[in-house]
Design a protein around this ligand. Sequence first.
Ligand SMILES: [Zn+2]
Length: 67
Amino acid sequence: MSGDFEMIRLDTGNRLRIDTDGTEIRDQVEAPTVEFCDKCQLQKNIIHGEYVTWHGQNILWFCETCK
Ligand SMILES: [Zn+2]
């Protein structure tokens, strides 16, 4: 683990990472198109799903049918 915070905008692929010393690193990644649903345990299209966040971190993801 290099950074303690990471955020990716799914529509643009823009990534923001904030290191433990406060350094902001911005780059671009290929936005993921599928995610693993924590409820039905299947890979589903990320666009229709929903993240459950806690303290700014994505901890769970539910697909279109499970959210
Ligand atoms: Zn699901």
